[in-house]
Design a protein around this ligand. Structure first.
Ligand SMILES: NC(=O)c1ccc[n+]([C@@H]2O[C@H](COP(=O)([O-])OP(=O)(O)OC[C@H]3O[C@@H](n4cnc5c(N)ncnc54)[C@H](OP(=O)(O)O)[C@@H]3O)[C@@H](O)[C@H]2O)c1
Length: 214
C-alpha cells in the first residue's frame, strides 16, 4: 500500500518508519524542516521518501494524520482532496498546551474530523498508545500481543486499519463506530498519564482480558 504521513513527529515519524519496514511505500510530510523528512525517509529505507502533504496524499490509499489538533486545518488544506482515502487519525483534540481535550463527551476529535473531510473514510487509530512503545512492540512481538483499539464508520477502511495495526505487532480491537472515539480519546489520556507519570517508563501498551467464570 502507499501510505502518506501527514505530520512526521513522534507518532508520524515512528509509525511511518514501521509501515515502511512492514513493506509499504511511505511518504513523510509536514515537518518544519524538509531535512527532517529526508532523514526520516533515508532511515526508513528504500520504500520511504519525503514530500509535501499534497504529494503524500496524491496516490496514497491510506493516510496517517498525526499533527497537533491546532494544525489539523492547515495540514488538511495542504493535503488537498482526500475523497475516498482511508484517513487513520491518531490526533487527539487537545488544547494548545496539551493539558485537556477541547472536544469530549458529546463529540470527539474523530467525529469533528469526519465533518471537516466528509468524503474521506476516517478511522480513529493509534492514539491510545505512546509513541515510545511502538518500536518495541514491532521488534519484540510480545506474546500475548498488546491490544490497540480503533473505531470508524466505514467497514472496509476499518479492515485496512486493523490489518496495519496487526502488522505493527498489536492485536486490533474494533471498538465500533466513530462515535466511540468519545471513549477512546479520553482513554488515550489515561494511557498517556500512566506512561509519562508512572514509574515504569513510557513504553506502555495495554491488553484487556475477560475474567468470565469457568
Ligand atoms: N506522542 C504520542 O505519544 C502520542 C500518542 C497518542 C496520540 N498522539 C497525538 O498524535 C498527534 C501527533 O503527536 P506527536 O507527538 O507525533 O506530535 P509532534 O511530535 O509534535 O509532531 C507533529 C508534527 O507536526 C509538525 N509541525 C508542527 N508545526 C508545524 C508547522 N508549523 N509547519 C510544519 N510542520 C509542523 C512537526 O514538525 P517538527 O518535526 O519539525 O517538529 C511534527 O513533524 C497529536 O495530535 C497527539 O495528541 C500523540
Amino acid at each position: 500500500m502507499q501510505i502518506g504521513i501527514l505530520g512526521s513527529g513522534l507518532m508520524g515519524g515512528k509509525l511511518g518508519t514501521l509501515f515502511a519496514r512492514a513493506g509499504h511505500e511511505v511518504v513523510f510530510s509536514y515537518a518544519r524542516h524538509r531535512k527532517k523528512l529526508e532523514d526520516l525517509a533515508r532511515e526508513a529505507g528504500p520504500k520511504a521518501r519525503a514530500g509535501t502533504p499534497h504529494e503524500a496524499a496524491r496516490g496514497a490509499e491510506v493516510l496517517l494524520l498525526a499533527v497537533h489538533w491546532s494544525k489539523i486545518d492547515t495540514v488538511l488544506e495542504q493535503a488537498g482532496d482526500l475523497s475516498d482515502k482511508v484517513v487513520m487519525s491518531c490526533s487527539l483534540p487537545m488544547n494548545e498546551d496539551d493539558t485537556e481535550l477541547v472536544i469530549a463527551h458529546t463529540s470527539s476529535g474523530a467525529e469533528h474530523l469526519a465533518k471537516k473531510v466528509p468524503k474521506a473514510r476516517i478511522v480513529s487509530a493509534f492514539n491510545t498508545v505512546p509513541s515510545e512503545v511502538l518500536f518495541g512492540v514491532f521488534e519484540r512481538r510480545p506474546k500475548p500481543r498488546p491490544h490497540l483499539v480503533y473505531c470508524g464508520d466505514d467497514a472496509p477502511a476499518k479492515r485496512t486499519a486493523g490489518k496495519l495495526i496487526a502488522e505493527l505487532g498489536f492485536d486490533p480491537i474494533d471498538a465500533g463506530p466513530l462515535r466511540l472515539a468519545r471513549y477512546t480519546e479520553p482513554f488515550a489520556l489515561l494511557v498517556a498519564r500512566l506512561a509519562y507519570e508512572g514509574e515504569s517508563g513510557p513504553e506502555l501498551a495495554y491488553r484487556f482480558e475477560h475474567f468470565a467464570k469457568g
